[in-house]
Write a protein that binds this ligand. Structure first.
Ligand code: NAD
Length: 309
């Protein structure tokens, strides 16, 4: 089995490379390193692994047969929405067109990495795949949210019009080793602040909720979806919902830090609630997360300590 992973040198993509290699796939990792790093894949010594530096907003060519295309390439943080908004829109539009054309040419199965952000600031909790979302099309996050909605739409068009065999995973907040400590996401932020002994910054009163899925659980869910017959979008995330204040206290506990918690103004359009309904993943893929937050946070903190020395 030969798999292409765009964004394979990123955080989730590198865990997916590990999983696919352990399942006996030949893996071609395609990345332009805008937010990824070769450090995330340098531990891979397998002869079944190849890295290709390429920007997928340009057409991708590869000789030989391909069975699966995992399209994960896309910056994914609020920081990048501010610093590189057009890159996010281009990779999810032109990049998705290019990788769908590539899958069509190779008659390969195609999986789009979408996001819980397609639900925007949800008016229902938990969010099932049937929910259409509550998304601003002009706010600072819209470059990501709307780009992913567009990417889902093109994916379904290739499925319906060209008969490409497609899958869509809606990834909920995922964390673990190989995240970048300064990427602006809440877990790296809190851990970095706790480890350096500075104040832990909560934007708003800390009552907003999130549900955090460990990276290896996420990779397993993505893999199972690709191997399944399910052509509908599938949520992959952890159902354990907690407030940001609870998370901050847990980070303090796991790191043993004496940092204080402080509050700043809420961020624009920050979703107030986030919790996946994973009934479809359970029923169709037989998947559910295995790694609890305390265990996952402990491993993540160990990782951040190891890359800081
Ligand atoms: N981490 C999460 O919590 C989360 C949640 C929802 C969705 N997702 C989605 O999962 C995917 C992976 O996210 P991640 O958290 O690993 O982020 P990441 O930034 O670590 O990985 C994204 C990778 O894509 C690469 N990339 C970006 N634009 C590219 C381009 N034009 N050509 C080639 N490579 C390009 C980056 O260099 C990086 O290696 C993304 O599509 C993201 O939107 C992630």
């Amino acid at each position: 089995m030969k798999s292409i992973i765009t964004g394979g040198a990123g955080f989730i993509g590198s865990h997916l490379c590990d999983l696919l290699l352990s399942e006996g796939h030949e893996v071609v990792c395609v990345d332009n390193l805008i937010t990824g790093s070769v450090k995330n894949i340098e531990h891979i010594k397998s002869d079944n692994f190849t890295y290709v530096q390429h920007d997928v907003t340009k057409p991708f060519h590869y000789a030989g047969e391909v069975d699966y295309v995992f399209h994960l390439a896309s910056p994914a943080t609020f920081k990048m929405c501010v610093e590189a908004p057009t890159a996010i829109m281009k990779v999810n539009s032109e990049g998705t067109f290019n990788m769908l054309d590539f899958a069509k040419e190779k008659q390969a199965r195609f999986l789009l990495a979408s996001t819980s952000e397609v639900y925007g600031d949800p008016l229902v909790n938990p969010q099932s795949e049937a929910y259409w979302g509550n998304v601003s099309c002009t706010g600072p996050r819209s470059v990501y949210d709307e780009a992913k909605r567009f990417a889902e739409s093109i994916t379904m068009a290739y499925y319906r019009y060209y008969g490409v065999d497609t899958r869509i995973v809606r990834i909920f907040n995922t964390y673990g080793p190989r995240m970048q400590i300064k990427d602006s996401r809440v877990i790296p932020n809190f851990v970095n602040q706790a480890l350096t002994g500075v104040d832990i910054t909560i934007y708003g009163d800390g009552s907003y909720t999130r549900s955090f899925c460990y990276a290896t659980d996420e990779a397993e869910g993505i893999y199972r979806l690709m191997m399944s017959d399910c052509t509908e979008p599938v949520n992959i995330g952890n159902e354990r919902e907690m407030t940001i204040l609870e998370l901050a206290n847990m980070v303090l506990k796991v790191t043993g830090s004496k940092s204080k918690i402080i509050h700043k103004d809420s961020l624009t359009d920050d979703p107030k609630l986030r919790r996946p309904d994973i009934s479809r993943a359970r029923n169709v893929l037989g998947w559910e997360p295995k790694v609890g937050l305390e265990e996952g946070l402990t491993k993540t903190v160990e990782y951040f300590k190891s890359v800081r020395v």
